[in-house]
Write a protein that binds this ligand. Structure first.
Ligand SMILES: Cc1cc2nc3c(=O)[nH]c(=O)nc-3n(C[C@H](O)[C@H](O)[C@H](O)COP(=O)(O)OP(=O)(O)OC[C@H]3O[C@@H](n4cnc5c(N)ncnc54)[C@H](O)[C@@H]3O)c2cc1C
Length: 457
C-alpha cells in the first residue's frame, strides 16, 4: 500500500477515477503472458505526457517503483511489477495523432494497439511492417519497449527499424524528444535504438513517430508439408541461401500442426512431421518467378504437399492457423512457457535437432513453432507449475536450450525480450563488461532504479 499522503498527491494529478488500488481491481495488473505474478500497490491511467511527468516526479521523490504497461502480453514477465509500486497503464493514451503517407510516417500515443495502426493505414495503401502474433492486442508502447518482431520481420525488419522518433519521460519527470519526421536523421546518438527493447527500464514512452511502407502489389502464400522435420529445416536454409528473402517463413512441427487442427479444423495434414508457411510479396512478375524457385527448393527437400492460397480468404485461413498456435497450446495445460532462442539461419537444422533431443531427454511435450527464416525459434512447453517435479524438468530443458543456442552462435531472445525469465542466462551470450556497461547506462538514466526494477539489468 502506498502512503496516504503520496496516494493523495497521485490522485490530485489524474483524479480518483484513474487511480485503482482495491485488490479486485489491481489483481488484473499482477500478471502478463509469462508464468510469474506480483501485485502492484496502485494502477494509474495517465492521459497526457504532462501527467506522466508529474507522476514520475512524485515516484522519484519517494523512490516508488514504476512499471509501464500496454496490454500485458509480454511473454517474459517484463510488465509484472515484481517490486510492487505503481503500474502506469497506457490504455487511455490511445490516440493516433497524425497519418502522413507522403512523408511516410504515423504519429501515435503509446497505448494504440498495433492492429489499429494497420487499420488506420489501410485506406491509404500503406502498412506498418512489425506484426507480432499479438498485434490485435499489444500496444505500440509495449512493442517499442520490447523491440517486437513478428512473421514478416524476416523481410521487413523489427520495431527498431521503424521508430523514427520518440517522446520519453525520464524517471526524474523530464521530457525528452529525439529523432524526427525525417526518414534520414543522424543528428546525435540514435537514442531510439537505446529505448527500443529497454523493457521500460530507461524511460516511459509517451509518443512515437513510426515509419510506414506502401503495400505491395502482390502477395503469394504457400503451405508446404514434409514427412521429416530435418528436411523442413533444411528447406528454410536452402531458400534463404539461394538469395530469396520471403516476407515470412513460419515453421511448425507435427505436435503444433495437430494441436491447431484439433481445434481449428482447417484440413491441415495430420501426418506431416513439419510444415512451412511461406509468404512473398512484390510486383506480380517477380513474385511468380520467386514462387517457382521456392517450389523447386522445397521439392528438392522432399516436400510432400504444396498448397498455394488461391485467394485472400484461403490466405487468411492459413495465417489464422499459425496465429492461433500459442492460444491453442496454452489450453493444453495450466501453464505454458514459450521461449525464443535465435540462431544464425544456417544453424536452424542443428538447433531444431537439439530442441527435439532435449525434449526427449526430459520426457516433455514440446511444440516447435519458429519464425524459421530469421532463425527465431519458439519452443513451447505446456506444463503444470504446481507439479514441482515437472516444472523442474521444464526449467532444466530451457536451460539446456539456451546453452545449445549460445554454442551455435545464437542468442537468448529474438523478440520476446529478457524480462524476468532470462536475466540469469545473460552471461551465456554477453561478457561481464558488457553487462556492466548496460548497468552503467541504467544507473545514469535512472539513478534511483525506480523504472521497472528487477528486470534484465
Ligand atoms: C499470443 C502471443 C503472441 C505473441 N507474438 C509475438 C510476436 O510474434 N513477436 C513479438 O515480438 N512478441 C510477441 N508476443 C509478445 C508480446 O506481445 C510483445 O512483447 C509485445 O510487444 C508486448 O506489448 P504489450 O502492449 O502487451 O506490452 P506489455 O506486455 O504491457 O509490456 C511489455 C514491456 O513494455 C513496457 N512498456 C509498455 N508500455 C510502455 C511505455 N509506454 N513506455 C515504456 N515501457 C512500456 C512494460 O513495462 C514491459 O516491460 C506475443 C505474445 C502473445 C501473448
Amino acid at each position: 500500500m502506498l502512503d496516504t499522503q503520496v496516494k493523495n498527491q497521485l490522485i490530485k494529478i489524474v483524479g480518483v477515477d484513474r487511480y485503482l488500488d482495491r485488490l479486485e481491481e489491481i489483481t488484473c495488473y499482477a500478471y502478463d503472458a509469462f508464468v510469474e505474478e506480483a501485485l502492484p500497490d496502485a494502477v494509474i491511467f495517465p492521459k497526457t505526457t504532462a501527467e506522466v511527468s508529474e507522476l514520475l516526479k512524485i515516484a522519484s521523490r519517494h523512490k516508488i517503483p514504476v512499471t509501464g504497461r500496454g496490454a500485458g502480453t509480454s511473454l517474459c514477465g517484463a510488465s509484472i511489477p515484481i517490486r510492487q509500486g505503481i503500474v502506469l497503464c497506457f490504455s487511455k493514451m490511445d490516440k493516433i495523432i497524425e497519418v502522413n503517407t507522403r512523408d511516410r510516417y504515423i504519429i501515435v500515443q503509446p497505448g494504440v494497439v498495433n492492429g489499429d495502426v494497420q487499420k488506420a493505414l489501410e485506406p491509404f495503401g500503406f502498412f506498418y511492417p512489425p506484426d507480432p502474433g499479438s498485434m490485435n492486442t499489444s500496444t505500440i508502447g509495449g512493442n517499442i519497449a520490447m523491440n517486437a518482431g513478428g512473421p514478416r520481420c524476416l523481410k521487413y525488419g523489427v520495431t527498431a527499424d521503424y521508430v523514427m522518433g520518440m517522446e520519453v519521460v525520464l524517471a526524474s519527470g523530464k521530457v525528452i524528444r529525439f529523432g524526427s519526421k525525417n526518414i534520414k536523421d543522424v543528428t546525435g546518438y540514435k537514442l531510439s535504438s537505446l529505448f527500443c527493447g529497454s523493457e521500460g527500464t530507461l524511460g516511459i514512452i509517451t509518443e512515437a513517430i513510426l515509419k510506414v511502407m506502401p503495400m505491395p502489389e502482390t502477395v503469394k502464400t504457400l503451405m508446404v508439408t514434409f514427412d521429416n522435420l530435418d528436411n523442413t529445416a533444411k528447406a528454410v536454409t536452402d531458400i534463404i541461401g539461394s538469395g530469396i528473402i520471403p516476407v515470412a517463413m513460419e515453421l511448425m512441427d507435427k505436435l503444433t500442426l495437430n494441436a491447431i487442427e484439433d481445434v481449428a479444423k482447417l484440413g491441415l495434414d495430420r501426418e506431416a512431421q513439419g510444415s512451412l508457411l511461406i509468404e512473398i510479396d512484390g510486383v506480380k512478375e517477380a513474385c511468380e518467378k520467386e514462387i517457382k524457385r521456392i517450389i523447386e527448393k522445397v521439392r528438392q527437400n522432399g516436400a510432400t504437399h504444396i498448397q498455394e492460397a488461391a485467394n485472400d480468404l484461403e490466405r487468411e485461413k492459413l495465417w489464422k492457423a499459425r496465429r492461433s498456435a500459442y492460444g491453442i497450446f496454452a489450453k493444453l495445460a495450466p501453464d505454458i512457457v514459450t521461449e525464443d532462442v535465435t540462431v544464425p539461419v544456417s544453424k536452424v537444422p542443428q538447433m531444431i535437432h537439439k530442441i527435439v533431443e532435449i525434449t526427449k531427454k526430459y520426457e516433455l511435450k514440446m511444440g516447435v513453432l519458429a519464425h524459421a527464416g530469421d532463425g527465431n525459434m519458439h519452443p513451447m512447453i505446456p506444463a503444470d507449475r504446481s507439479n514441482k517435479e515437472e516444472w523442474k524438468k521444464v526449467e532444466a530443458a530451457f536451460a539446456e536450450i539456451f546453452q545449445a543456442a549460445a554454442e551455435l552462435d545464437g542468442t537468448l531472445s529474438g523478440e520476446h525480450g529478457i524480462g524476468l525469465g532470462k536475466s540469469a542466462y545473460l552471461p551465456l551470450v554477453m561478457n561481464k563488461d558488457t553487462i556492466e556497461f548496460m548497468k552503467t547506462i541504467k544507473q545514469a538514466v535512472d539513478p534511483d532504479l525506480i523504472l521497472n526494477p528487477g528486470k534484465f539489468v
